[in-house]
Design a protein around this ligand. Sequence first.
Ligand SMILES: C[S@@+](CC[C@H](N)C(=O)[O-])C[C@H]1O[C@@H](n2cnc3c(N)ncnc32)[C@H](O)[C@@H]1O
Length: 255
Amino acid sequence: MPEAYERHLVPALFRPFAADLAARAAALRPRTVLELAAGTGALTSALLTAAPTASVIASDLNQAMVTAGSAREPRADWRQADAQELPFEDGTFDLVVCQFGVMFFPDRPAAYNEVRRVLAPQGRFLFNSWGPLAAHGFAAAFQTALKESMPGAAPAFLEDVPHGYTDLAQVASDLAAAGLTLAGAEEVTLDGSAESAASVATGFLTGTPVSAVLDARQDAQGIRTAVAQRMTALLGTGPVTAAMTATLYTAHHQA
Ligand SMILES: C[S@@+](CC[C@H](N)C(=O)[O-])C[C@H]1O[C@@H](n2cnc3c(N)ncnc32)[C@H](O)[C@@H]1O
């Protein structure tokens, strides 16, 4: 999964937001940074380019992601870690960052509590999460194609997980429950570009948990082909561009 994710999804979906988040993070002039749910290191690389003197620990729950990320971005110190149970001392970092990871944490207040614990008193927590599925040109087209190719049986993963944590009041409440104050929430819309709609379809079909659902079916190959064709019909042939919306959150210790 890390290879498919890195090849088909990172350039189109994740790199544009990594550049945006890294620039905001670098403006805080951090010295010690912890990255949560770093995946294959899209944000890690952008951050190390924008803030080359920062010391960056990149962590992820999934050891396969850590292995792929550390090979791709050796300037960071990579660690396998569950965001809900961080293996770091109290008050260690002046910045904690997380790109498109919080939606995957089963217990977000527990993860935010760990962020508060490892943050220095004046530290900042910068993270983003996707907006609703309809506000993401690639994800919305993919889900439409999936529903048409698997009538009544399409996995709702994209709607429920990556695009399922969009309520600002809920985010503020989860942070407050962990002793963090939400200091800012900014909607950010960026364009993503890919070589083809089929490439993005391949990314969602093989670089996300949708892959395991299809692998369990006899007709998996036929569905994959149908989804790629339908997504191409929706977005067009050749290189494709789509608008994608996310929210960028800033939090810090409660006063
Ligand atoms: C959509 S990817 C984002 C990866 C990366 N931040 C990027 O921008 O490309 C979500 C990541 O969250 C990680 N993840 C899921 N649950 C986690 C947890 N409890 N603690 C830490 N990482 C987790 C997954 O392994 C995956 O790498």
